[in-house]
Design a protein around this ligand. Structure first.
Ligand code: ADP
Ligand code: MG
Length: 765
C-alpha cells in the first residue's frame, strides 16, 4: 500500500488555516520595530555616534573604535529592551544562503556571576570558523580563519531574540568570500562614475545610488507532500511526475483569488517583513498553480539585497508554521512555469532624481538619454557576462525553455524610445552642427514624455527590458542572491560611464561644445549597439535564428556560461573597477562550477535511488497483480466458453505484439496458456504487462548507464571538465529516465503509487 502518499493526502485534507492574529496596531505603528534604523538610532545613540554612523552610511567614512563601543552598547541596550539575549554577525557566504553564529550577550565573570556584554570589537569584527564555507581554494584548510566585518550601511535587526548585524565576509588575507563585498564595491564604483557624468548636467549631484526592486516568485506545497517526495526535499524540484490532467492551461490561477490557507501564510509573512522593515507591497498568484509572488517597494540596492536574502530565510520559517514548504527552485515542476526573480534596477541622485526616468525639459531628458543609452551600451558590450551571472543548475531549466527569458541576452526598449533613438542617430551630424540643428534635436528630446510607463508596450519575453523608469533584469533565477546580478549590472554600467566621460571629454578638449559632444558620443553608441535591441517574441524560434545572424551569443549550458568568467576582458573589467582581484574571481568561478556539479550529482543519485527502490517496485507490484488477474481469467474462461469467443475478437489488436515484448518478458510469456497458444483473450492486461516491462527495463538500463557516466565524470580532475561532463553526459539521462517513470505513473494502479502526484501537490490546499 502506498501508505506514505495516502497519509500525506489525509494530513493535507485535514488542515485548517493557521489563525494569524494581526498586531493590534496599524502597519505604520509596527513597521521596522525590530530594526535599528535611523529613527531608533536617533533615540538610542549619542549625538556624536549618530552623526558618525550617518556619515558612514552617506559618505562611506570609517567609524572610530571608541564610537563603535558607543554604538555597540546602545545597540545592546535597545536589543535587550526587546528581550534579546544573543547577537550574531549575519552574512551571505557563497553557499547562496545566509549564515549566522549566535553568541550570548551574557558572559561569565568571577564568582559565578554573568554580565551582558557587547562592545565595539564584537560589533565591528568577528572570526567565525569559516572552514565549512566555500572559498574556491582561497582559504586552505589549515588557515580556516575568515573575518566578518560590520556593514553600517545596512541596519541591524532582531529575529527570534537575536540581534543580527549585517556584515561582509572576507578571508584572513582579505579576499571576499561573500556576495556583499563585491556588491558594495560595485555600488561605490557606480556612485563615482555616475556622479562624474551627472556633472555635465547638474552640479548639485554629489551622490548616486543604485536602486533595486526585486520581485520574488515561489511555489508553496504542503509539508506532508514535501516529506513524502524525497526529490523535492533534497533537490528542491520534482525529478519525476506525470503532468496532471489540469495544469496551467486554463490560465485561471494568475491574479485569481488567493486560497485562504495561503492567504493566512502570506499575511503572517508580511507581518514579519514589516517588523523587519521590508516594505513588501504586492502579493498575487502567479501563472502556475500554487505559484505566488512577493514584491517590495524598491530600495537602495545593498539594503534591497539584504532584504531579499532575509525574506528568503523568513519565508521558509513562516511557511513551517503553516505546514507549507516554500520552493525557491527555478523549476520545481516540469511542464509548469518556473520561478524567477526580476531585478528592477535604476539609479537615483541625492537631488531626488531617477536617472532612468525621463524629465520635463530637454536638459533633463538629455541626461536621461545619456544614462539610457549607456545602459544599452554596457549590456551590449557585456552580454555574455550578463548571461554568466544568471547561470545556475536551477536556472538552466528556465533559460531558453520557452517560458522564461531566453538564454540570448537582448534589450527591450519599446516603440517610443526606439523611434527616439532612430531620430537621434539620423539627426546628429558628424561635423559641427548648426544652432538650428541643435535646437531641432533638443526639441525632439524635449518631447520625450515624462511618463513612459505604458503597460501595453511591455515585453515579457525579454531578459532585460526598459519599463518606463527602470530596467528590469528578468532572467535572474528565483533562488539566486540578487547581489551577483547587481554587482555585474552596476560594474558594467560604472565601467561604461567612465568610458563615456572619456569619449565626451576627448571631444570637448578638441573644442566641441559640451551638448554637441554628448550628442556625438550617444549617436555613435546607438549605431554600434543596435544588434542588442530586440522588440519581438524572445521565445520564438525565429529569434534564435535572427540572433545568430546578428552575432549574438546563445549560451545554453551553465558550464559554458561560467567559462565567460575566465575571459581576459572580464577579469580586467572587475580588476580595473576595483571590484574583485583575479584570484577572487577565479575562486568564485570554481565555486560555481562545483556547486553546479554537486547539484546535478545529487539529482542524479536521487533519480537512481527513487527509480530503483520505489518506482520499479510499485510498477512490479502492479504487474504481478495483472499476472494474477490473467491467471484467474484463464481459469474462469476454461469454465465459460462464451467468454473465450468474445476475447477472440480482440485478437487482431494483439497481432504481432508478441514480437514487441520487452527482452525481459520474451521468454517467459511464450509459455502456453491453459486455453491454448497465444493467450488471445486477455489482450489489454497483456499489453499493460508488456508496457510495464518495457518501461521498467528502460528505467533500469538508463539508471545503470547514468551511474557509469557519473563514475567517468567523477574521475575528472579539472572543475570545468567535470561540470561539463555532468552537464553533457549525466544530465541527458534525467529526461530519458523521467519519460519512462512518468509513463509508469500513468499506467500503474493509483493505489500502488507511493509518490504524491502533481495534481495533489499543486492543487490540494
Ligand atoms: P511588474 O514588473 O510586475 O509589471 P511593476 O512594474 O509595477 O511590476 O514594478 C515592479 C518593481 O519595480 C517593483 O518591485 C518596484 O519596487 C520596482 N521599481 C519601481 N521603480 C523602481 C526604481 N526606480 N528602481 C528600482 N526598482 C523600481
Ligand atoms: Mg516584473
Amino acid at each position: 500500500m502506498a501508505i506514505q502518499r495516502f497519509r500525506a493526502l489525509e494530513e493535507v485534507l485535514s488542515r485548517v488555516p493557521v489563525n494569524v492574529e494581526l498586531p493590534a496596531k496599524t502597519v505604520s505603528d509596527f513597521f521596522g520595530e525590530n530594526v535599528f534604523n535611523k529613527e531608533t538610532m536617533k533615540k538610542w545613540l549619542s549625538d556624536e555616534a549618530y552623526k558618525s554612523v550617518m556619515a558612514a552610511i552617506e559618505q562611506g567614512t570609517k567609524i572610530d573604535r571608541s564610537i563603535a563601543d558607543d554604538v555597540a552598547s546602545s545597540m545592546k541596550a535597545w536589543a535587550m529592551s526587546k528581550g534579546v539575549s544573543h547577537y550574531t554577525h549575519w552574512f551571505q557566504p557563497l553557499t547562496g544562503t545566509t549564515a549566522e553564529k549566535h553568541d550570548a550577550f551574557a558572559q561569565n565573570i568571577e564568582d559565578g556571576k554573568a554580565l551582558e556584554r557587547f562592545d565595539g570589537d564584537q560589533l565591528v569584527q568577528q572570526e567565525p570558523d569559516a572552514s565549512s564555507f566555500p572559498s574556491g581554494g582561497i582559504r586552505s584548510t589549515f588557515e580556516a580563519r575568515g573575518y566578518t566585518a560590520w556593514d553600517p550601511t545596512s541596519p541591524a535587526f532582531i529575529i527570534a531574540q537575536t540581534l543580527c548585524i549585517p556584515t561582509i565576509f572576507v578571508s584572513y588575507t582579505g579576499e571576499a568570500l561573500d556576495y556583499k563585498t563585491p556588491l558594495l564595491k560595485a555600488l561605490h564604483a557606480i556612485d563615482k562614475a555616475a556622479v562624474d557624468v551627472c556633472q555635465y548636467f547638474d552640479k548639485n549631484v554629489t551622490k548616486v545610488s543604485a536602486t533595486l526592486g526585486w520581485e520574488q516568485e515561489y511555489f508553496l506545497i504542503d509539508s506532508a507532500f514535501y516529506n513524502a517526495r524525497p526529490d523535492i526535499a533534497f533537490t528542491g524540484r520534482a525529478l519525476f511526475g506525470h503532468s496532471g490532467a489540469k495544469g496551467q492551461q486554463l490560465e485561471d490561477h494568475y491574479f485569481g483569488s488567493i486560497p485562504e490557507r495561503v492567504l493566512s501564510y502570506i499575511r503572517d509573512l508580511e507581518i514579519e517583513c514589516f517588523k523587519l522593515g521590508i516594505p513588501v507591497k504586492t502579493r498575487h498568484n502567479e501563472v502556475a498553480p500554487n505559484q505566488f509572488e512577493c514584491a517590495p517597494v524598491f530600495e537602495e540596492a545593498n539594503l534591497a539585497v539584504d532584504h531579499n536574502s532575509l525574506l528568503m530565510d523568513i519565508m521558509e520559517k513562516v511557511a513551517r508554521r503553516h505546514n507549507f514548504r516554500v520552493l525557491l527552485h527555478e523549476k520545481p515542476f516540469a511542464g509548469v512555469n518556473g520561478s524567477g526573480k526580476h531585478n528592477n534596477w535604476s539609479l537615483s541622485t541625492n537631488t531626488g532624481k531617477n536617472l532612468l526616468g525621463p524629465g520635463k525639459t530637454p536638459k533633463t531628458n538629455l541626461q536621461f538619454l545619456t544614462f539610457f543609452v549607456n545602459t544599452i551600451k554596457a549590456v551590449h558590450d557585456n552580454a555574455d557576462l550578463m548571461r554568466a551571472v544568471i547561470a545556475s543548475a536551477g536556472n538552466e531549466h528556465r533559460l531558453g525553455a520557452n517560458e522564461a527569458p531566453p538564454a540570448i541576452v537582448s534589450v527591450f526598449i519599446g516603440s517610443q524610445l526606439t523611434k527616439i533613438l532612430e531620430g537621434l542617430e539620423k539627426k546628429v551630424k558628424s561635423g559641427k552642427m548648426t544652432p538650428e540643428e541643435k535646437t531641432d534635436l533638443k526639441l525632439d528630446i524635449g518631447k520625450i514624455p515624462s511618463i513612459l510607463l505604458d503597460n501595453t508596450d511591455r515585453n515579457r519575453t525579454s531578459p532585460f527590458a526598459f519599463t518606463g523608469n527602470k530596467f528590469e533584469f528578468r532572467a535572474v533565477g528565483s533562488s539566486a542572491n540578487c547581489a551577483a546580478a547587481m554587482t555585474v549590472v552596476n560594474t558594467i554600467m560604472a565601467d561604461q560611464l567612465v568610458k563615456f566621460k572619456k569619449d565626451v571629454d576627448a571631444q570637448i578638449n578638441k573644442g566641441v561644445e559640451k551638448d554637441e559632444a554628448i550628442f556625438h558620443v550617444l549617436r555613435d553608441y546607438i549605431s554600434a549597439t543596435k544588434k542588442i535591441l530586440f522588440e519581438g517574441n524572445g521565445y520564438s524560434e525565429e529569434w534564435v535564428k535572427e540572433a545568430k545572424k546578428r552575432g549574438l551569443s546563445n549560451i545554453k549550458t551553465t558550464p559554458e556560461a561560467l567559462k565567460v568568467l575566465t575571459r581576459k576582458e572580464v577579469i580586467k573589467l572587475f580588476e580595473q573597477n576595483n571590484i574583485m582581484s583575479e584570484r577572487e574571481q577565479h575562486a568564485r568561478y570554481e565555486i560555481q562550477l562545483e556547486t553546479y556539479m554537486k547539484k546535478i550529482q545529487i539529482e542524479s543519485r536521487m533519480i537512481g535511488e527513487m527509480a530503483i527502490a520505489s518506482i520499479i517496485p510499485s510498477a512490479l507490484k502492479y504487474q504481478t497483480a495483472l499476472i494474477e488477474n490473467l491467471k484467474g481469467l484463464k481459469e474462469v474462461a476454461a469454465f465459460a466458453p462464451t467468454l473465450k469467443g468474445e476475447m477472440k475478437t480482440q485478437k487482431a489488436v494483439l497481432a504481432g505484439a508478441d514480437e514487441e515484448f520487452s527482452p525481459s518478458l520474451k521468454g517467459e510469456n511464450r509459455n502456453p496458456s491453459p486455453l491454448g497458444a497465444g493467450g488471445d483473450f486477455s489482450s489489454s492486461q497483456m499489453e499493460t504487462i508488456q508496457e510495464i516491462s518495457q518501461h521498467v527495463s528502460a528505467v533500469k538500463n538508463n539508471v545503470y548507464k547514468m551511474i557509469e557516466a557519473r563514475k567517468k565524470a567523477n574521475s575528472l580532475e579539472d572543475a570545468q571538465d567535470k561540470a561539463a561532463a555532468y552537464c553533457e553526459h549525466v544530465k541527458p539521462y534525467f529526461d530519458e529516465i523521467r519519460y519512462h517513470v512518468d509513463k509508469l505513473e500513468f499506467v500503474v494502479d493509483d493505489e500502488l503509487w507511493t509518490l504524491p502526484k502533481y495534481r495533489e501537490m499543486l492543487f490540494t490546499r
